[in-house]
Design a protein around this ligand. Structure first.
Ligand code: 26Y
Length: 821
């Protein structure tokens, strides 16, 4: 007889028992001599035990109620650490801390020992992670699909100021959150060729034959929402070899492909590609994309067939599929292949199902980040999919485009799924718009630019398909977990409901005028600055004062994000301090965190330049405490959680029109850091929310950038017209900083000879002026705190719960399904 399931209980005693049992029975260790890692694993497992029932229950309720589910397809999930988030969200934080402490263990130390799950590059990957948290919190039936990378984003080290990459073996010591699901393993095909066959009525159909097989093993990670019993899962596919697999086909060189023959099939899920802006068209990347898409779709179709006996026309009423950028866009021809080739549907019906099922989020306007696969590569890896894409394209051009613009070949060229100039390429962005019922940008400005520029012709053809869904962040991780002191202060003032309804943060507004509240808010900020100062000391060997202004730029290293504009201002300040030692200038610490794509030469040169300037400034006795520059190595989610609560100033200084949204801007503002920024991405909406008196906006607008470029932008004009700028650039490219005047020539050349593509020189003086305003404002600490509090109070809009509920309402048409205890 099977006994009734027993409740594990959430008392201190029951947690102690669970943890000890895991130490003994799961890990086979003595409690007396268990390692730190053993305790961490045992604690994770004790918590996992308590959430798994809810995961099973959520799945059962979602299946039984037959509701539509959303399937989030993303090549990246930048989850960070899981234990603390799961403890806070499940309400088990205090009791676990108590249980461990009664056993002589410090929870904080255990939390610190958890490696980050860094399966993403930056914004897009972290957004997917925030969305997973919100989906569970607001009770939406959802599954995240991705790749179980053995190595996440590389670990960064600086050697002589230069970036060096190391593999990130995030699960070397085990990963207690993931559970293998071998019974849901999938087998997928690649390569081979297509044969046309005819049925008894002479109708043609296509078979994909002589293919290579690859197996996908799913790993599930439970996603615990805040104060909700919905536990959705993140399902990550690991590639495994099938006997038939031909090793020959993946034999290209370079960074990712450098792994050897023996386990070539497994290399498909070995490592995350570390580029987030330059598409390099590598075969292995296409194979990764198709591998995880094919496994995920097979899984979705399996669930549809098992759960229901419905006609295919009902598929979209059960499954919504969200494409996180174009990276999983091959899902569109894959679903067509399933429906037409395997299930025998007519083309029109299959296409209708596809469009109703898919929706697509665009995350970038940068032309070099738009995915295009060479037709010859695509044909070799996915021959049937290429045929399907051709068919989609032909019907589209002949019907929709010809219908709207008869005889207009220019329109056909611009809208075609195939780029014909300079070689033939499949345009994944066009495919994504065409194969979906909704395309969204991630901030109001970005969406406007999508409609006006990148997708102007598509927008003219299908205006109703485009919408804006401004990004958000989960306030649990980015306030409750990373800044529990501020979270508690807010809760004390306005109650705890803000954690589920971020709009309630507005109730904090009046507290900005309360001197006692301001003092406590300031004290919390200072506490975080003191802690960050310790991290800086340990990581960089630099002593910084928590009384200085902490000026933070943390994000991927990219020219468009303009870390080098920040550097120009720093060097200008450095000169000014030397020229004018008695000037009344508030001490400042410039803090950077950024990884550069390993092949992005100029980005690496900028990192080196910042480190070289830092080394000089920090050791110059004439400067003393007035100016410090630190570049914290290996920027990642867990480091962001330490920097963000300690920041006074948030650098959001991209060239207008280049940053789709930004989400670091939201995290920093929420934690009471004032923004110095351009009118780009979500900065525009942040200004609307916090008020222009509580933010430092400077620089060219999108329209001004366009006009300046149209007129003919020449950085030398700015160089010759501004002595300070000239001195700054010349100083950086002298031998002063490294002893070698050639060292930063690439940076100098990009700013001058190569035309300064991101207009640093044009925005230099406005930026320096805005920084002077920051300096003046910071001198009135009390008023600064008022502005900081108003930032916290007014950024409720940027909760990812709001974003997700908008997706659910406007794109997915999903019901909220409450899972009871
Ligand atoms: C194709 C390949 C090279 C590629 C890989 C990763 C291209 C792009 C990416 C990642 C893009 C990304 O992270 N975009 C960011 O998305 C955030 C979430 O929407 C935005 O806030 C941010 O502005 C945008 O740069």
């Amino acid at each position: 007889m099977i006994p009734a399931p027993c409740d594990l209980g959430n008392s201190t005693e029951s947690l102690k028992n669970s943890i000890i049992n895991h130490v003994r029975f799961t890990l086979g260790a003595y409690v007396e001599s268990a390692s730190q890692n053993d305790w961490w694993v045992a604690t994770c497992l004790a918590i996992r035990d308590r959430v798994m029932d809810h995961a099973t229950k959520s799945r059962t309720i979602h299946r039984q109620s037959g509701v539509r589910r959303v399937h989030y397809l993303s090549l990246e999930y930048l989850m960070g650490r899981l234990l603390e988030n799961n403890l806070r969200n499940s309400g088990l934080y205090d009791v676990t801390k108590q249980a461990l402490s009664e056993m002589g263990k410090d929870l904080d130390e255990l939390l610190e020992s958890e490696p980050d799950m860094g399966l993403g590059n930056g914004g897009l990957g972290r957004l997917a992670a925030c969305f997973m948290d919100s989906l569970s919190t607001v009770n939406l039936p959802a599954i995240g699909y991705g790749i179980h990378y053995e190595f996440g984003l590389f670990r960064q080290e600086f050697i002589n100021g230069r970036q060096v990459e190391h593999p990130d073996a995030w699960m070397r010591d085990g990963s207690p959150w993931k559970i293998a699901r071998p019974s849901y393993r999938q087998s997928i095909q690649l390569y081979g060729r297509v044969v046309q066959k005819f049925d008894d009525y002479g109708r043609p159909h296509y078979e994909w034959v002589e293919t290579k097989q690859l197996l996908g093993l799913p790993w599930d990670i439970p996603i615990v929402g805040y104060d909700s019993h919905t536990v959705n899962v993140l399902r990550l596919w690991q590639a495994q070899a099938d006997e038939d697999f031909n090793f020959q086909v993946f034999n290209e060189g370079s960074y990712v492909e450098a792994l050897r023959d023996k386990a070539i099939a497994e290399t498909v899920s070995k490592v995350l590609y570390p580029n987030d802006s330059t598409e390099n068209g590598k075969e292995l990347r296409l194979v990764q994309q198709y591998f995880f898409v094919a496994c995920s779709l097979a899984d979705i179709v399996r669930r549809f067939k098992v759960g229901y006996t419905l006609p295919w026309s009902e598929f979209p009423s059960k499954a919504a599929i969200q494409l996180n950028d174009t990276h999983p866009a091959v899902a569109i021809p894959e679903l067509m292949r399933i429906l037409v080739d395997l299930e025998g549907l007519e083309w029109e019906e299959a296409w209708d199902i596809c469009q109703k099922t898919f929706s697509y989020t665009n995350h970038t306007l940068l032309p070099e980040a738009l995915e295009m696969w060479s037709v010859s590569l695509f044909e070799r890896v996915l021959p049937r999919h290429l045929q399907i894409i051709y068919e989609i394209n032909q019907r589209f051009l002949e019907q929709d485009v010809e219908g709207k613009w008869p005889g207009d070949n220019e329109k056909k060229r611009s809208l075609s799924l195939i780029e014909e100039r300079g070689g033939r390429y499949v345009r994944m962005a066009n495919l994504s718009v065409l194969g979906s019922h909704a395309t969204n940008g991630v901030a109001a400005l970005h969406t406007r630019l999508l409609c006006e520029r990148l997708f102007a012709d598509f927008y003219a053809l299908y205006p109703d398909r485009f919408l804006n869904l401004t990004n958000g962040i989960t306030f649990r991780r980015w306030l409750d977990v990373c800044n529990p002191e501020l979270s508690a202060l807010i809760t004390e003032a306005i109650g705890k409901d803000w954690k589920k309804d971020a709009a309630l943060l507005r109730n904090l507004d009046p507290y900005a005028d309360d001197p006692a509240f301001r003092a406590r808010y300031a004290q919390i900020k200072r506490g975080h600055k003191a802690k960050l100062a310790e991290v800086i000391q340990a990581e960089c060997g630099v002593t910084v004062s928590p009384d200085a202004l902490f000026d933070v730029q943390i994000k991927r290293l990219h020219e468009y994000k303009r870390q080098h504009l920040n550097l120009l201002n720093i060097v200008t300040m450095y000169r000014e301090i030397l020229d004018n030692p008695d000037a009344d200038f508030h001490p400042r610490v410039f803090i950077f965190g950024a990884k550069a794509a390993p092949g992005y030469f100029l980005a690496k040169n900028i990192i080196h330049a910042i480190n070289a300037v830092a080394a000089k400034v920090n050791n110059d006795p004439r400067v003393g405490d007035k100016l410090k520059v630190v570049f914290l190595p290996n920027y990642r989610v867990s480091l962001a959680e330490k920097i963000i609560p300690a920041a006074d100033l948030s650098e959001q200084i991209s060239t207008a029109g280049k940053e789709a949204s930004g989400t670091g801007n939201m995290k920093l503002a929420l934690n009471g850091s004032l923004t110095i920024g351009t009118l780009d991405g979500a900065n525009v909406e942040i200004e609307e929310e916090v008020g222009s008196e509580n933010i430092f906006i400077f620089g060219l607008t999108v329209e001004e950038v366009t006009a300046l470029k149209a007129k003919g932008y020449n950085p030398w004009d700015y160089y010759w017209a501004n002595k300070k700028l000239r001195d700054t650039i010349d100083w950086i490219s002298s031998d002063y900083f490294t002893g070698n005047a050639e060292e930063f020539l690439p940076l100098r050349r990009s700013l001058l000879d190569h035309g300064d593509p991101y207009l640093c020189l044009a925005d230099y003086q406005p930026y320096v002026d805005a920084q002077a305003k920051v300096d003046a404002a910071y001198k009135d600490k009390d008023h600064w705190m008022k502005m900081a509090i108003l930032n916290t109070a007014r950024v409720g809009k940027f909760s990812s719960d709001r974003t997700i509920l908008e997706y659910a309402e406007k794109v997915w048409h999903l019901p909220q399904v409450v899972v009871n205890d």
